[in-house]
Design a protein around this ligand. Structure first.
Ligand code: ACO
Length: 430
């Protein structure tokens, strides 16, 4: 959206250029610098993209100072308490909450795509049993592009839709297989009579020797965790998916790139690190020593801080509530790690070191405790995040592919290496 009335004027080395100001539906205006290089010969410098809007998007809005997260306008706490993950997938992909008929059709399109090609299972056997499930995810999700050739034409909107549905439908099956392979149990096939979350829990925890019954409280918590992680604007992994997709790469390869980026401890890997941290602290009396270590910059308080939220992450509030519910449902109300987490949060929120830097709990602070109580090992935490974020990645990719102004992503740089010099033969080098 352009507001022709507003421009910013930039003067540089005697040249002046008028830069249009663009206004979105809400949030800060942006200065359109597309003509800056042509007008001045200078680039902008913004490592980490702290001041750069990389695209126009209508999916997700975050107000980091106010602690607000909206998907297509709907607040995350309303979606987490009133909606379900499949409905949120429809919302992200198609822009609106579905009618009853649309919901039935959409849910059915997902459930009929949950199975994997039988040849696909051979991939898992190629990995060592002690492989991290995220390593398996990066490899196998990329390999989907070798199986579904009929949905690889990225210029065909129908094929793009089929790929999106396939990814959302097959990701739980792949994630559960990565887990089962890791622990040496046989794979459980998807069951299309179950909800998205219940089917996933069953594929992870059912064994052939017993009937499997899952507590509805855990199904609800799983579904809510999926909703909380469904999309988050132009974060590192989403930007990776968009950048990979900008070259025309197929959607399965793009999502594999997103999974690789998500794996890092500053991003999706933080929930694994947060639980490890709580275990290392062990008991509330060790918190002061730990906090001192953070202040001495020996380590970070994992699950705290966020590039965008300079207030309480709205997802963290819902996640804390889910932690209470899951711990109650599993009889772990007095879980020592939960006691450590609650006390650590209280101490940090009163400490000037954290308040002055606007460091608040993020979604990962309580997710590790919750997932652990549900029976997942720490190595699966980021896998669950990847599963849930797949809809956000693919919806953002879809939006980019439908955008007529889409170009290959190609940032520039501030070059600080040697200037041009002549090659010297080896016997003349000092
Ligand atoms: N613990 C201690 N200090 C911190 C933390 C933390 N978790 N996060 C930031 N700081 C400090 C920095 O040291 C810095 O202090 P300084 O100004 O005195 O040098 C200041 O706060 C600003 O931090 P930046 O690194 O500039 O913040 P940035 O926006 O680049 O980092 C990030 C955001 C990467 C999330 C960071 O807060 C972090 O590493 N947190 C821990 C990991 C984590 O929980 N990640 C999950 C993010 S949410 C998600 O991916 C779903």
């Amino acid at each position: 959206m352009t507001d022709q009335a507003k421009t910013a004027t930039l003067e540089f080395e005697g040249k002046s250029v008028d830069l249009p100001i663009l206004s979105g539906s809400t949030g800060p205006d942006v200065i359109d610098i597309r003509k800056l290089y042509g007008g001045t010969g200078a680039f902008t410098f913004d490592p980490g993209f702290t001041s750069t809007a990389s695209c126009e998007s209508g999916l997700t809005y975050i107000d980091g100072d106010a602690g607000v997260l909206l998907h297509r306008g709907y607040p995350i706490d309303q979606l987490a308490s009133k909606s379900n993950f499949v409905e949120v997938c429809h919302l992200l992909l198609h822009g609106e909450l579905p009618t009853a008929a649309q919901y039935e059709k959409f849910e059915n399109s997902i459930t009929v795509h949950t199975m994997l090609h039988s040849q696909f299972d051979r991939f898992f056997e190629g990995f060592r049993r002690d492989a991290h499930p995220m390593a398996i995810m990066v490899g196998t999700v990329g390999a989907l592009s070798a199986f579904y050739h009929d949905s690889l034409d990225i210029h065909d909107p129908v094929q793009r839709d089929i790929s999106a549905i396939r990814l959302i439908a097959k990701m739980p099956t792949i994630a559960a297989r990565a887990y089962k392979y890791h622990i040496g149990q046989p794979f459980a096939s998807p069951r299309n009579d179950l909800s998205y979350a219940e089917n996933f829990l069953r594929m992870c925890f059912a064994v052939p020797a017993e009937d499997y019954h899952v507590d509805p409280a855990l199904v609800r918590a799983m579904d809510r965790i999926f909703i909380l992680h469904a999309d988050h604007e132009q974060n590192a992994s989403t930007s990776t998916v968009r950048l990979a997709g900008s070259s025309g790469a197929n959607p399965f390869a793009c999502i594999a790139a997103g999974i690789a980026c998500l794996w890092g401890p500053s991003h999706g890997g933080a929930n694994e690190e947060a639980l490890t941290m709580l275990k290392e602290i062990g008991t509330p009396d060790k918190i002061p020593e730990f906090i001192q270590g953070v202040k001495d910059r020996k380590f970070k308080l994992m699950g705290f801080g966020h590039r965008v939220y300079k207030n309480y992450d709205p997802r963290a509030k819902v996640m804390q509530q889910s932690a209470y519910e899951v711990l109650a449902a599993t009889g772990r109300e007095n879980d020592p790690l939960f006691q450590v987490a609650k006390e650590l949060e209280k101490v940090a929120l009163q400490d000037e070191y954290f308040t002055s830097r606007k460091l608040f709990p993020n979604v990962d602070f309580y997710s590790g405790i919750t997932l652990s109580a549900m029976g997942f090992p720490t190595t699966m935490f980021t896998v669950l995040f990847a599963l849930a974020r797949t809809v956000g990645w693919i919806a953002q990719w879809q939006e980019m592919m439908a955008d007529p102004s889409q170009k290959i992503g190609r940032p520039r740089q501030l070059y600080t290496g040697p200037t041009e010099r002549d090659y010297l033969p080896i016997d003349q080098r000092g």
